[in-house]
Design a protein around this ligand. Structure first.
Ligand SMILES: Cc1cc2nc3c(=O)[nH]c(=O)nc-3n(C[C@H](O)[C@H](O)[C@H](O)COP(=O)(O)O)c2cc1C
Length: 393
């Protein structure tokens, strides 16, 4: 005989497990959207591609979905879509009023602003206690934008934050509020060059990758949000160029003594050069990738990468960073372009990085990208200035 477990206890214990939130949608015979909010969505099988969700047997929304169609679409909600989650979970009629959507190839509603969508046909429906297990065969799927998904935990809603960011970074939390405001600009730039745009914040003595937009254009790029690298030359030259004097001094003091004199001299001149030009540039993939990987491993505590290894990798990239003489002939590997974004008080908040393409490109193309990045960074700074009520400035 099954043990008797109090429903409240069951809910309380199972509530310790967080879930994402999806809205399952279909169109009824009158072409009206029907659907339900579901936390019990799961990926099931890759070959064949199957997913599943678990509706309550008595759910009227599930009955409506079943009556409407043999197809359904899973919409993974974004962290800014709590209202949609609540509206669809309600027992109201017309609960899709005011929610924008487009019809998928299968004829299901794909909700505007959802992070990703998965179009399915019903494969099997299993009985499981007071729920059904609905297995869907995936027909088509896609990511709409790379914002964070909505999360549900202990009856509350939230968003994902990497552990390395949640570690009491009050400064960074402040800056993250501003990031939401400039994200559309980052997305636009990333889309224009089919590339990735990242925003990096300076938190104490580390550079923290605070946000990313678009898709990685480089195969060897460890750009996971939350990654930290030391604030040391040649990385972070935009902070050294546009930050306060004390920041520049701190950056320069990180040039290791073992660095060859010619490299040290070039690094000392770098902040002025970046300031004059308005952006920073790194050319060449191989050495830059080796440095990024060395930094990341070292800061993750990988003992196979010594401090000396990191210094050597930094030294190798210094000549590729903001080279003094730019030869406009031929093509070059563009690793990254970086420009400053200023906060409402005029202080440097982030550096915005536009990552280059894998294949070499010409001088004009590099200049176009640099101009577009600078324009985006300037517009983002203007957006942030406008975000502050005048009285507070
Ligand atoms: C975050 C969240 C997750 C939910 N997950 C499920 C689920 O996995 N299965 C389910 O049957 N109902 C789930 N619900 C409840 C339904 O969305 C909806 O509230 C309920 O089905 C309403 O009853 P009705 O379908 O009879 O209208 C969830 C609700 C919320 C807010």
């Amino acid at each position: 005989m099954a043990p008797s477990i109090a429903p409240e206890h069951f809910r309380q214990v199972l509530g310790q497990y967080p879930t994402g939130v999806v809205v399952v949608t279909a169109l009824d015979s009158a072409e009206q959207p029907v659907g339900m909010t579901v936390g019990s969505f799961v990926s099931v099988s890759l070959d064949p591609p199957l997913v599943a969700f678990l509706p309550a047997r008595k759910s009227s929304s599930w009955a409506a979905l079943r009556a409407a169609s043999d197809n359904f679409c899973i919409n993974i909600l974004g962290s800014d879509q709590e209202q949609i989650c609540r509206a669809v979970a309600s027992r109201k009629t017309n609960k899709f009023d005011g929610i924008g959507w487009q019809k998928s190839a299968q004829g299901n509603p794909v909700l505007d602003g959802s992070v990703a969508w998965i179009d399915c046909t019903v494969d099997t429906i299993h009985e499981a206690g007071d729920h059904h297990i609905v297995v869907g065969e995936v027909q088509d799927l896609g990511v709409s934008h790379n914002g964070y998904p909505l999360l549900f935990f202990r009856s509350g809603y939230g968003s994902f934050m990497p552990a390395s960011m949640a570690a009491g970074d009050a400064d960074l939390l402040d800056q993250l509020q501003y990031l939401d405001l400039i994200r559309p600009r980052m997305e636009e730039l990333a889309q224009r060059f089919s590339s990735e745009v990242t925003a990096v914040a300076l938190v104490r003595d580390e550079l923290v990758l605070a946000a990313s937009a678009g898709r990685p254009s480089l195969i060897d790029l460890p750009t996971r949000v939350g990654a930290r690298t030391p604030f040391a030359p040649p990385l972070g030259s935009v902070f050294a160029a546009f930050g306060e004097d004390s920041i520049r001094e701190r950056w320069l003091s990180q040039i290791p003594e073992q660095m060859p004199e010619s490299v040290t001299a070039a690094l000392r001149e770098m902040p002025a050069r970046v300031q004059e030009r308005g952006y920073s540039i790194i050319l060449g993939h191989e050495r830059a990738a080796a440095m990024e990987i060395a930094f990341t491993r070292h800061s993750d505590g990988d003992s196979s990468v010594s401090t000396e290894d990191v210094i050597a990798a930094m030294g190798a990239v210094a000549p590729d960073t903001n080279p003094a003489d730019e030869d406009p002939a031929g093509t070059k590997e563009l690793r990254s372009l970086t420009a400053p974004v200023f906060g409402p008080d005029g202080r440097l908040l982030f550096e915005l990085i536009l990552w280059g393409p894998q294949e070499p490109i010409g001088h004009t193309d590099i200049c176009d990208r640099a101009a577009a990045l600078r324009e985006t960074a300037a517009l983002a700074s203007a957006d942030l200035a406008d975000s502050l009520p005048r009285a507070a400035r």
